[in-house]
Design a protein. Structure first.
Length: 132
């Protein structure tokens, strides 16, 4: 499984938790599937891509050779984080308490983004690597 095994476990665990969070209560006693009409599908896609990145090691090209599953999982997890924060801050009715599902989804998305991110550019790697 290579030297990235712990990161793959975090990505896969985050994907599984994100999918599992859709079955937990989010607000007003409704789970993620009952509460949303399309946002739940976005979270499901993020979870599936994260699981695929964990299973394959994330180095498989996705539609283009320069876009890996890790990169896709990272970007999609960032989108999920923005959606969840938006839901928490702006789309919650006043006085409604949030269930555990929304916080589990936020933690899972943060874990996916942190583990799938490519931090080599912070250590001096090129922002635009050559594709051979």
């Amino acid at each position: 499984m290579g030297e990235r095994t712990p990161l793959r476990l975090v990505i896969g665990g985050g994907g599984a938790l994100l999918i599992g969070s859709l079955f937990m209560p989010w607000e007003r006693g409704l789970n993620g599937w009952e509460l949303f009409s399309t946002t739940d599908i976005v979270f499901l896609i993020v979870g599936i891509v994260a699981l695929a990145a964990a299973i394959t090691g994330g180095r498989v090209g996705l539609f283009r050779p320069d876009v890996s599953l890790n990169g896709a999982a990272d970007v999609l997890a960032l989108v999920a984080i923005v959606l969840i924060v938006w839901l928490l801050i702006f789309d919650s009715p006043d006085g409604v308490s949030h269930g555990a599902g929304i916080f589990v989804a936020l933690a899972a998305s943060l874990a996916i983004a942190a583990a799938a991110g490519d931090y080599r550019v912070l250590r001096g790697a090129s922002w635009f690597p050559r594709l051979d």
